[in-house]
Design a protein around this ligand. Structure first.
Ligand SMILES: [Zn+2]
Ligand SMILES: [Zn+2]
Length: 772
């Protein structure tokens, strides 16, 4: 098609003798980020003629003019590209001059099979913020203001190339003013696909708890009035509904928790600006950068003692999840109310976030007192991302808004593979070329709604990135929905051991090839021996691994019941190490359980009924948390471990003992001295923060000594810290410091979560190696 164009142009051409023509092809995030107007402006500045257009694969540019001007254009293009653009590759070739008369923006081009990277949604830019707050501006208080530098992208796109008819903005016809902006290359909204104004764009509606719209003058003021009364508001946002309530009102927060069936899990808050954040939290420089970044994620910040926000927002936590407003609607709500708002996903417990109005009215009925909705459809759910600065590095703990669907780029090319992930906090991963497209956070694959969300998002990624997977990777756990789903798909199947995938994920996001020691401290993952692993020292690369050491196995009495009730794990450890008599001496620890229940559990263990063996470090955390009486039962995943971390005295230097035994060619880490030490300390009345500190230190000592043993036996001097337990900052930071002090290179997760949210990446890369 291009060639034909060139030929017809040549016929008309009357090139000046010294002119040269250069054709560029650029790939990366180059659409929906103001790239064409930038090229247009740059060409005009250098007095160049030619054209630019979007294609399914990227952006084509041709410039023609004096050699010096073309060279300057070539140099400045990557240097001055718009802030949200990401040029992944740039190629050009010089052609015979064609005699262009002007510089123009041409129709987008569809090329079958081609694809391009797509920008995530971007937080409202400063210029748009200024407009909505300016009473003289035509977008004053308009909640859907955006421009080429900001606004929705991924959540409204249905197919590529990224043009308005292929977005959920298609149904809104631009008014003459918006159209003028859209067509003016000098305008900030030139070819801004979601461009809109109060006259022509989406509109807000304020609805009662039954979904019926109220006839109100100003939905924003009405919504604020409701929030001030301590009520719960469901707000339709960028990627789905969020529940909001006054974060400073303990009874409002309690009501939200009760209705949402979320008694303990920390809630995120949205604060109006940085000074407001600093009123409530300590903010280091890197944390401030994260907060203010265009991704605008939730950042876990150290919560100040004197903060007036309700304790119930994040009970027993040191950290508070905070974000700044990221849509014009948020800016208006927070500025005009002066409030601090809880903002949490609009769902019941672990279901996916609701995204459509009617769906929200029915699913969120009984939780929200009112709804603030609009008529721009959300094509795909997109949760808020969660981040923290760990080991002095921005680290993603939940990867969605602002980050996905931007891929992880690998130092090698991959086959088309689909990796289905595991169960909790699930994502999938699709690969092609050197890209791994890790999906946004999908959720816990435990119900049909989440599976539907998974399927719909997978369909979208396959369409947008033109991927037809030939191989499917899945977790070895036979009961996972993701495994069952994978096994029903056509194509080759490759089962990948859970912690092998964790290790590979860490290698992949660091662009490393291995070999490495994979230190995987995790909740649970199905092991190659049929037991539930989770305290593992693997050695390997993408092709294979060897299990070199692990925490010793103990029974998990009742399976899932042991996860919900950490006291069962405490009982199991005590029974394993002290026997029945020893256990009876410590019976007061299990005061909440009937003696009869305990007898039943012990019988379960003896007869090996429904008591799978586990080496999980997460379950060890549970046991210790229960021994201290912190968390005998939990209401969200990882709660017992989180609460144990929160009380730990970070300055503690003591550590509990352990020993190592060789068994069948593996090192088994024996924990009896550790558990006995904790019991002794409890009897002595040692403060719980000290016990928790010594427990954390013991895990660091285990990590270091096993890595040193492996290394002495000729193993690698590089360690990948992976698995959900490493969401524990104290452990992650202490482990890294200890290993580095001993001369190990340490790889950490930063771009994908260390928890199961990062697992699909590892599965995909392993499958790629095994399939070849
Ligand atoms: Zn903007
Ligand atoms: Zn308009």
């Amino acid at each position: 098609m291009l060639d034909k164009e060139v030929k017809t142009l040549k016929k008309r051409a009357r090139p000046r003798p010294k002119d040269m023509r250069r054709h560029f092809f650029l790939e990366g995030v180059v659409q929906g980020v103001g790239f064409r107007p930038f090229i247009f402006g740059l060409a005009l500045r250098h007095g160049l003629k030619g054209w630019v257009n979007n294609s399914s694969a990227g952006v084509h540019v041709e410039v023609e003019g004096k050699r010096g001007a073309v060279e300057n254009f070539t140099r400045e293009l990557p240097q001055q590209a718009p802030p949200r653009a990401r040029i992944e590759s740039s190629r050009y070739e010089d052609l015979e001059a064609a005699g262009f008369h002007s510089f123009e923006i041409r129709e987008s081009l569809e090329e079958p099979g081609k694809y391009q990277l797509i920008s995530p949604d971007i937080a409202t830019c400063a210029a748009c913020q200024a407009e909505i707050l300016n009473p003289q501006d035509r977008r004053h208080r308009y909640p859907f203001t955006n421009c080429t530098n900001c606004g929705p992208r991924f959540t409204i796109i249905e197919d590529i190339p990224y043009d308005r008819p292929k977005t959920t903005m298609a149904k809104f016809r631009m008014c003459p003013d918006c159209q003028r902006e859209y067509e003016d290359p000098a305008d900030r909204r030139f070819h801004a696909q979601p461009n809109a104004c109060p006259r022509c764009g989406p509109k807000l509606e304020f609805c009662g708890d039954d979904g019926k719209a109220f006839e109100v003058m100003d939905p924003i003021s009405s919504a604020i009035g409701l929030l001030k009364e301590g009520k719960i508001l469901a707000i339709k946002g960028l990627g789905g509904f969020l529940f909001a309530c006054d974060a400073a009102d303990p009874s409002a927060v309690a009501r939200l928790r009760q209705r949402k069936v979320r008694p303990d899990k920390p809630l995120a808050v949205m604060l109006r600006d940085l000074p407001a954040v600093k009123d409530h939290c300590l903010v280091a420089e890197k944390e401030e950068m994260l907060l203010r970044s265009p991704e605008s994620p939730i950042v876990l910040l150290r919560w100040k003692k004197g903060s007036r926000l309700a304790k119930a927002v994040a009970p027993r936590q040191k950290y508070l999840g905070v974000m700044l407003p990221y849509t014009p609607l948020h800016h208006l709500l927070l500025k005009e109310s002066g409030m601090s708002l809880v903002m949490t996903s609009g769902n019941l417990s672990e279901e996916p976030i609701a995204k459509d109005n009617e769906e929200a009215f029915s699913r969120l009925h009984g939780i929200a007192d009112a709804f603030l909705v609009h008529d721009r459809d959300i094509y795909v759910q997109y949760d808020d991302s969660v981040t923290a600065v760990v080991n002095d590095q921005p680290t993603i703990l939940r990867r969605a808004r602002g980050y996905a669907p931007f891929p992880i780029r690998l130092p090698f090319s991959l086959k088309p593979i689909l990796a289905c992930g595991a169960e909790l906090k699930n994502t999938f991963c699709l690969t092609r070329d050197e890209y791994a497209f890790v999906s946004q956070h999908i959720g816990d694959m435990e119900n049909l709604e989440t599976l539907n969300h998974f399927q719909r998002t997978l369909d979208l990624y396959q369409k947008l990135f033109r991927i037809r997977p030939e191989t499917v990777a899945y977790d070895l756990h036979p009961e996972y929905l993701s495994t069952k789903y994978a096994l029903r798909l056509p194509g080759d199947k490759i089962g990948v051991q859970h912690h092998f995938a964790h290790m590979a994920s860490c290698l992949a996001e660091n662009g490393e090839m291995g070999p490495v020691i994979g230190l995987a401290f995790d909740g649970l993952g199905f092991g190659a021996d049929g037991n539930l692993w989770g305290g593992e020292f693997l050695v390997g690369d993408y092709g294979s691994f060897e299990r070199r050491a692990h925490l010793e196995y103990v029974p998990m009495p009742g399976g899932a019941a042991a996860i919900q009730n950490p006291w069962r794990m405490a009982l199991s450890y005590l029974y394993a190490f002290l026997g029945r008599e020893g256990l009876m001496r410590h019976l007061p620890i299990f005061a909440q359980a009937k003696e009869e229940t305990i007898r039943v559990i012990l019988r379960q263990i003896d007869r090996q009924i429904h008591s799978p063996l586990t080496s999980s470090c997460g379950r060890l955390f549970d046991a210790v948390s229960a021994l201290l009486g912190l968390c005998v039962s939990i209401s969200y995943e990882g709660q017992a471990a989180v609460e144990l971390e929160m009380i730990a005295s970070a300055g503690e230097t003591g550590a509990y003992e352990f020993f190592v035994e060789e068994e069948g060619g593996k090192e088994i880490i024996r924990l009896k001295p550790m558990i006995e030490g904790i019991l002794r300390d409890l009897e002595k009345g040692t403060a719980h923060p000290v016990i928790s500190g010594k427990f954390h230190n013991a895990l660091v000592k285990i990590g270091l000594s096993i890595c040193q043993r492996i290394q002495r036996q000729g193993g690698p001097k590089k360690v990948a810290l992976t698995g959900g337990v490493f969401q524990n900052r104290l452990l992650s930071e202490k482990m890294k410091a200890a290993l580095e002090k001993a001369g190990f290179a340490v790889l950490l997760h930063r771009r994908v979560p260390c928890n199961d949210g990062g697992l699909s990446l590892g599965q995909a890369v392993i499958a790629n190696f095994i399939a070849s």
